[in-house]
Design a protein around this ligand. Structure first.
Ligand code: ADP
Ligand code: MG
Length: 749
């Protein structure tokens, strides 16, 4: 029998060596320290300051600080400097780099070259990059998802430079391209991307938090920023394995495949020693990211085999999000050089851990104080508790809309599904903080606010840091000592979507608490007392959303229902919140989204869900018909042949001496024939059902209904098909099974 390509690739993969790359070196041959090339491919403020005339640099700073548009001359000067810097670094092209709602980043390259005709007939080529080219692109790009926002005659959007995120160089084999981080908006000014709402939400939080701080007594804070540190989980697969599986190539996940006997049960992968080929990939990836000014710091194995994590040092949320989008892009490219495919899918393998994008965030004043970190003085700690109340209120009031922002066909397999934690958004604050909150709720703080704050504030809060070393890893939204970690965000998502809504909710909660505090202070009483009173009310009304137990348990589902918390198990259910004007009003009020943008986001999300699940179902169907069933048939034919041969031998009395054993063998074979036929028949019948159902759904034009039925009928049917297909995998000769198996994809590396 010829060697199957599956088997030859198994051997090839096994023999692959870690790939070396050529990092910058010191004269003595040692690797140059990261600090010597960090940010080399970024046109950051330091480089701009060196290169720009003073007025142009000042104009840029004013724009950054106040958001006012840049004057034309300054833009021209910056563009010229950017061009010269880029060309000096081998760039031939520039592009506005943006984040449309495809989940990927987008670029449209233009060469720097331009024609200059001074004397008619004398053509001269030169490199040009003007201020207007820097600031805004020609309206174009009509085929990005807009959720019906743009009618055909105005099907245009344009990109506009976001000066708060620095320009950078992207590298290909033969050259470089200057990337200008941009927003993407429709001709009428509505956002067509992830970044714009995030920028608006950051501004809303800034405004509301400054007002709240003034009421709390911090009168000299001028602005409040949001920090974000994104832990990114991913899987690596060898390209050969990947290429032989249509499900991975088309859907980014395995739609079938029997579990490997070895999985994550030994718990030996997490933080284990990193496989050499993977480490080589990580080293090259980090090198590329560091040159792009992305401060990646942590790398380690995750829980599942071939699952890993990378985490940068936190930054301003807008930059951190751009950096994460760029990181995913670069990781995909670098992985290919190492003969890997980098999978950001939330659940590429059934039965193993899924991947998240844990979004650590906090609020920081222009004086550098972290508002979610307990301090040393009673005032700092009261302020900390006030912002804790803000966060609890944000999630309590807007959990359902937040849930909608993390809903996708992929993330449904990680949240809310049978082997995954439920999709209930609760907040974990830890034991010590829970005790403090409960004392406040119980009125233990008594009449003497100063005493209470003194007592718990200075004495206990600094211990918080220790309290979080062993934290609750099952919580979708966990306080970790000086920041919150929004863990429910899916690994393949653009973080700006969930962050914009989360920060919209935070702005809303801050605004509401400011109003209430203002009223309490109007009486002219003691400020600390008024704040404590407000905290008591807010901690009491948000109590249902606080949960410190095991979020993965079934009891929690029951308890959450009793508390009245929404449990929106899948995307079609979760997205409904976006269609309810009462639920989304806060996003309009806080100017994070327009009404049109919200409806377009719903349309895009529901459409994506339908396309995704339909694609998966069609891919599975094809795999069943062209891989699984033929393999089962061949096996059955082979088994029948042996069985027939035995029976013939017995009939012809050729085996008299071993008659007993032969009879036993024939009987065992008949059981195997029956089992094979049954399982094969099961696969065929589910495939038939699936096909009929897909045909029927093709005629359902109401998108909400179609999505509902895909979740309720198609996905369960796919799961049923998989059970039979996976049983068949165990009945079929390894040589006949052409799809790489779980054990190979995860353990041959
Ligand atoms: P762990 O790995 O235990 O979750 P780390 O301290 O390594 O915790 O932090 C994880 C991520 O959180 C990192 O990206 C880190 O930079 C980020 N982070 C730490 N402090 C803050 C903060 N104040 N705001 C936002 N992100 C933060
Ligand atoms: Mg982690």
């Amino acid at each position: 029998m010829p060697m199957t390509s599956r088997r030859s690739s198994r051997l090839a993969v096994h023999q692959r060596q870690p790939r070396a790359f050529d990092p910058p070196r010191l004269p003595d041959g040692h690797r140059a320290p990261v600090s010597s090339y960090f940010g080399r491919h970024v046109l950051d403020l330091i480089k701009l300051k060196e290169r720009l005339p003073r007025e142009a640099y000042q104009a840029l700073l004013v724009t950054l600080r106040t958001g006012t548009p840049l004057a034309r001359e300054a833009a021209d000067t910056i563009a010229t400097v950017a061009r010269d810097w880029a060309i000096a670094h081998s760039a031939t092209h520039f592009t506005h780099w943006f984040q449309p709602m495809t989940g990927l980043t987008a670029e449209k390259h233009d060469a720097f070259i331009d024609l200059n005709v001074t004397v008619p007939g004398e053509l001269k080529v030169l490199e040009r990059f003007s201020g207007s080219q820097l600031i805004q692109s020609e309206p174009d790009a009509s085929s990005f998802p807009s959720g019906g926002m743009r009618t055909t005659f105005e099907a245009r959007g344009y990109t506009a430079w976001d000066p708060s995120s620095p320009m950078f160089l992207v590298e290909s084999v033969n050259g470089r391209t200057l990337c200008v981080p941009s927003v993407f908006i429709s001709y009428h000014g509505d956002s067509l991307d992830h970044k714009t709402p995030l920028l608006r939400a950051l501004e809303a939080v800034d405004q509301q938090a400054v007002v709240f701080l003034k009421l709390l007594g911090d009168v000299d804070v001028r602005s409040v920023g949001t920090t974000l540190g994104i832990e990114q989980e991913y899987f690596l697969l060898d390209r050969d394995h990947w290429a032989q599986r249509p499900d991975l190539a088309l859907c980014d996940r395995t739609l079938l495949g029997a579990a490997s006997p070895r999985g994550q049960q030994f718990e030996d992968h997490y933080f284990g020693s990193i496989p050499p080929r993977v480490l080589a990939f990580m080293e090259e990836l980090e090198f590329e990211l560091h040159r792009l000014g992305i401060p990646v710091k942590t790398r380690h194995n995750e829980v599942a085999p071939m699952q890993f994590e990378l985490a940068p040092i936190f930054e301003d949320a807008n930059i951190a999000n751009d950096h994460n989008a760029l990181t995913m892009d670069v990781a995909r490219k670098v992985a290919l050089r190492h003969h890997f495919v980098c999978l950001f899918h939330e659940k590429p393998f059934a039965g193993l851990n899924g991947s998240g994008k844990h979004s650590n965030w906090s609020l920081v004043t222009d004086r550098g104080e972290n508002l979610l970190e307990p301090g040393r003085t009673p005032h700092q700690n009261l302020r900390f508790l006030a912002f804790m109340a803000v966060c609890l209120k944000a999630v309590h009031d807007h959990a359902d809309v937040m849930r909608a922002t993390i809903a996708s066909a992929n993330n449904d397999l990680r949240l809310g599904a049978n082997e995954a934690p439920p999709a209930i958004l609760s907040v974990f604050v830890g034991d010590l903080l829970t005790r403090i909150i409960e004392r406040i709720v119980d009125g233990d703080a008594g009449e003497d606010a100063a005493d209470f704050v003194m007592d718990m504030g200075v004495g206990k809060l600094p211990q918080l840091a220790q309290d979080y070393t062993d934290r609750n890893r099952t919580s979708p939204f966990a306080f970790t000592g000086n920041k919150f970690e929004f863990r429910a965000v899916g690994s393949s998502m653009n973080c700006a979507g969930p962050m914009a809504v989360l920060l919209g909710a935070v702005a809303d909660a801050t605004g509401k608490l400011s109003e209430r505090l203002k009223q309490k202070l109007a009486g002219g009483g003691d400020r600390d007392q008024a704040v404590l009173e407000l905290l008591r009310e807010v901690f009491r009304e948000t109590a249902p959303v606080r949960f410190g137990g095991n979020n993965y348990s079934d009891e929690w589902k029951v308890e959450a229902a009793r508390r009245g918390l929404p449990n929106l198990a899948d995307t079609p259910a979760a997205l409904e919140a976006l269609r309810d004007p009462k639920r989304t009003a806060f996003l309009l009020e806080r100017t994070v989204f327009t009404e049109l943008e919200l409806s377009s986001r719903y349309n895009i999300a529901i459409e994506r869900y339908i396309k995704h699940v339909t694609l998966e179902a069609e891919t599975l169907l094809e795999m069943l018909r062209t891989f699984v069933i033929p393999a089962g048939e061949k096996q059955l034919a082979g088994t029948l042949e042996v069985w027939g041969g035995l029976n013939a031998a017995m009939t012809a009395r050729l085996v008299d001496a071993a008659r007993g054993a032969t009879e036993t063998g024939a009987r065992a074979l008949s059981v195997r024939v029956a089992e094979l036929s049954t399982v094969l028949a099961d696969v065929m019948s589910v495939a038939g059902e699936l096909e009929a159902l897909l045909d029927e759904l093709d005629g359902v034009h109401d998108e909400a209904k179609a999505a509902r039925r895909l979740a309720d009928e198609v996905r369960p049917l796919m799961a049923k098909a998989r059970v039979s297909a996976d049983r068949l995998e165990h009945l079929v000769d390894d040589e006949l099974w052409s799809l790489p198996k779980y054990r190979e994809m995860l353990f041959v590396r």
